[in-house]
Ligand binder design. Sequence first.
Ligand SMILES: C[S@@+](CC[C@H](N)C(=O)[O-])C[C@H]1O[C@@H](n2cnc3c(N)ncnc32)[C@H](O)[C@@H]1O
Length: 305
Amino acid sequence: MTNSSFRAVYETAGIYDKLLLRHFYVGTEDIDLVADWLTEHYAAPSASLNIVEFGCGTGRITDAIAPYARNLVLADYSETMVAAVAQKFPDAQTICADTGDAVTSLIAADRASTFDLVTAFWSLSYPIGEFFEELSSAGVRPQRDQAVAADQARKFVLDLVGLVAPGGHLLTMLFDAESPEQQLVTQAWETVAPFPDGGRAYTRHVLIDALRDAENRGDGTLTHTRLGGVAWAPTRAAARDWFFGVHFKHHPQLLGDRDLEQVVEEFIDEYHMPNCGVALPSGVHFIDFHAVAHPRASLPDGLAS
Ligand SMILES: C[S@@+](CC[C@H](N)C(=O)[O-])C[C@H]1O[C@@H](n2cnc3c(N)ncnc32)[C@H](O)[C@@H]1O
């Protein structure tokens, strides 16, 4: 590994793409889950939609959505990631900011209700989590008032929904905190600091609860699917780097933990397939909020007057 400084995975060029494992759910790679959803909803790409992607990373899933975009906005807090997507998608508008600030700046720029697609893949748990706690190389510091954090996080989700144009979608993929892989990750981070609400699923609960509230107040419909699958590591070393570089972000306390190293080795042993790499059990939550005037606009065409 070339760089093992804290958060190098997102902040040093080339590391994310090098450490990332391919993920397959019910036989389909995560990027193809998005591509298939796009085909189902929009048929052939027609470069006609206003699209924003938050936490875009190096533009891996942007590859699937870009052909549908007339206007594409790509946002990420990491300068390294933004530099990578600016090169890959030169026509896109880029924003280098925390997702919360990027959403606020788009609303201030009169972009509320203008995006046919508001997307965030594997990246929304970070800005939601930051309302509740601050992660640094020194450790994890909970925000003082967790009730205030919950209100702010809920408002953030509703602001995200507020960017969606009538008839448009908020589409997001979130990790499954209850999978064996993520339970190991939670157990490791718990040695740094406990999570609010007893585990790392709380960010998803915040998101789902706020979207359900939005549905209940008539702003749209929430579709939420959990898919089981695998993160596939071609070698044991790739699986090890995945844990320490991506999941543990080279956090100094976790890098130096011999017991954790042992737990990770045993986990890899369990899912190691001779001659075929390591198939780590994984899950993804695929979440689509469709901005329609619910329930009045939710009837099929034949029934709606
Ligand atoms: C797991 S990667 C996913 C990247 C990309 N969406 C993909 O699927 O390959 C998470 C991304 O979120 C970004 N990120 C993390 N915390 C963030 C925050 N608070 N605001 C904006 N971006 C953030 C990271 O820089 C990284 O690019």
